[in-house]
Write a protein that binds this ligand. Structure first.
Ligand SMILES: Cc1ncc(COP(=O)(O)O)c(C=O)c1O
Length: 382
């Protein structure tokens, strides 16, 4: 069998990116909040009718806006799952917060909602959730706890644009939802993100923070005759060139998701018997969750088996990838003291993600499957 090189992820182009970017170039409107940003905002307004959604330069920056809007102060505590990217925690650290790491669930890799109550102190200001692979966290019990304790919920939905939990769109449960349009995400513009604001009291200040702390938006709407510095802030709005690229992707989200779904389901189907025989766990998607087909993960029987499979695939030109180093074990995470997250530690060591992108052909997926099935999983057999 000849095997071509198969990357872990590759940007899928819908065909309209260049057209829209040329249009932006022709009109010479390249700064933020231009015509294409408005069209992206209109797209979001349709899908998130009860929220205000603002494009940002990244999910990290959307999280920074959430931390600023929540007025996180030095010494405040923020609960974050250990199994996530630094960007779920860093924006709160920048405000001086103390991070409290929570463990994750065995089945979904999402924050373990049953442990949250024990982390809450009078200083807890926010709970950050990650909907891993766009599979919703247990939102009913988490929101009930948040309401009872008056703690804000921030949904890091970098993986899960338009995923649903019990029919409700991810990112619309908490005070804020966060999206990423990084190159590795289902919908991309290279670097980009969005802040979903579900509580209207934060909208006016969000517009100011995003525009360098100025009331430029009010000026553009004719509400003031000059704009000026009115609050702290930064530059969180992406160039309209990026919004042009993003719009081309957003408009094709159904097609992109259908392609990812077909590959995801092909993997699941073809690997089912092998997985059962080999003691490998395939993804578990609870019935109440509509996922986004962002990740296809295997949980191998041991770390050695994960490394063996990863190396074998690599040898044949296929890149499979582990995922987050649990944050509580990272050099920066350790500064927040010892945390006990045994599930995150165990799963992180055994998790391997197979290549998954909209442009992956069935033939390529078959190559991946064949190699996976033919690799001995026990180190001594390699
Ligand atoms: C869960 C999660 N949140 C946030 C981010 C950061 O996204 P961005 O690169 O758009 O800032 C990532 C990056 O992969 C992520 O996996």
């Amino acid at each position: 069998m000849t095997i071509s090189s198969i990357p872990f992820s590759r940007v899928y182009l819908t065909g309209r990116e260049e057209l829209y970017m040329r249009e932006a170039l022709r009109t010479r409107q390249l700064s933020g909040d231009g015509p294409f940003t408005k069209r992206c905002h209109a797209w979001f307004a349709e899908r998130f009718p009860k929220a205000e959604v603002l494009l940002t330069t990244s999910c990290t920056h959307a999280t920074e806006m959430a931390a600023l809007l929540l007025d996180i102060q030095p010494g405040d505590e923020v609960i974050v799952p250990s199994f996530t990217f630094s960007s779920s925690a860093n924006p709160f650290v920048l405000r001086g917060a103390h991070i409290v790491f929570a463990d994750i669930r065995e089945d979904t890799f999402n924050i373990d909602e049953t442990t949250l109550e024990r982390f809450i102190t009078p200083k807890t200001r926010a709970i950050v959730l990650v909907h891993y692979n766009g599979v919703g966290c247990a939102m009913e019990s988490i929101m009930a706890l948040a309401h009872a304790t008056n703690i804000a919920v921030v949904e890091d939905n970098a993986h899960g644009l338009l995923g649903k939990y019990k029919g409700q769109t991810l990112g619309t449960f908490g005070t804020f939802g966060l999206q990423s349009f990084h190159e590795t995400k289902n919908i991309t513009c290279g670097e980009g993100g969005a802040l979903i604001i579900n509580d209207t009291q934060f909208v006016a200040r969000a517009e100011i923070l995003r525009e360098k702390g100025t009331n430029r938006k009010s000026f553009l709407q004719g509400q003031v005759d000059k704009y000026t510095w009115v609050d702290m802030g930064s530059s969180y709005l992406p160039s309209d060139l990026l919004a042009a690229f993003l719009l081309a992707q957003l408009e094709e989200i159904d097609k992109i998701q259908a392609k990812r779904r077909a590959i995801w389901e092909f993997y699941a189907q073809q690997l089912a018997v092998w997985a059962q025989r080999s003691g490998v766990r395939l993804p578990i998607i609870p019935e109440e969750c509509e996922q986004t087909y962002h990740i296809f993960s295997l949980i191998l029987p041991s770390e050695a088996a994960r490394l063996a499979l990863q190396r074998s695939l690599k040898k044949h030109g296929i890149t499979a990838s582990s995922h987050y180093v649990p944050l509580h074990l990272s050099p920066m995470g350790q500064r927040f003291g010892a945390a006990s997250c045994p599930v995150a530690e165990d799963l992180a060591s055994r998790l391997l993600r197979l290549p998954l992108y909209a442009g992956l052909t069935e033939e390529e997926a078959e190559q991946v499957i064949t190699l996976v099935q033919n690799t001995p999983l026990f180190a001594r057999e390699i």
